[in-house]
Design a protein around this ligand. Sequence first.
Ligand code: R1P
Length: 293
Amino acid sequence: MAAINTDLSKIGYTYEDIQRMAQVILSNTNLRPSIGIICGTGLGGIADVVENPVTVSYDTVPGFPVSTVKGHSGKFVFGTLSGKPVLLMMGRFHYYEGYPMWKVAMPVRVMKAMGIETLLLTNAAGGLNQSYKTGDIMLLKDHIDLPGLTGECVLIGKNDERQVFGPRFLATNGTYDSDFRGKFLRVATELGHGDLMKEGIYIMIGGPTFSSTAEARVLRMFGADAVGMSTVPESVVGRHSGMRILGVSLITDMVELEDGSQFQVTHEDVLRTANERAQLMQKMFLKFVTLID
Ligand SMILES: O=P(O)(O)O[C@H]1O[C@H](CO)[C@@H](O)[C@H]1O
């Protein structure tokens, strides 16, 4: 019978692994952006407005996971947005793909090792707050790490306090930068879309099941305004490595809280709304990055 691996030092990537992946990726370009953007499901359209793009496919980076979800193409894009150097991740990793939590957010450590100090996270999410509408855009003012609360925190495992890793015990209040939120709201208003904007609480579930009605009511009762299957591990790791963070949820569907509804959300519904909002998201990010110091 195979022995059970109880060696905790084997959990996670080492500092050296992270540095090596960062060097491999950076060897493709002379650009050294300090702004990183992780594109949520169907939200990779931001890459279409990146000037002078240099693409690095994840499968050219030894040790890097592969994207398996439709709407996540699996590549880095270096370039400029409104003249500002940026690094986009088109494709994130999700726990439900079978990756352990530490692997899900490992790219954020690689980003930090590449010089990223500002992390802009986007996602597709279901609206729990019944005053929201499909197509609204919610800025995260806080999150609920449901997997983390139940023993699957992204920071579980050996902690290495060198550079891209942070303290063993991490405060996670105040993760989302209020100055960034204010600036993003201003951008949306200037573009004439202030009416779409919300500020709320994102709750992460493990997925891949969308919530049952009873579960959705529990999530709402917890105080969440939107639900999704990502982002929180990335925010926590970003926070751990000292980044400034903005979280943006596109409300791609409204979650049913009442019994008896015939509506059953699909990934195609999510992709459709993301596609409908692609141009607006591009415009918002083009303007927002000009306001980052
Ligand atoms: O959070 P992102 O990656 O945007 O994707 C969201 O959309 C997918 C479900 O359609 C899930 O992966 C959910 O988390």
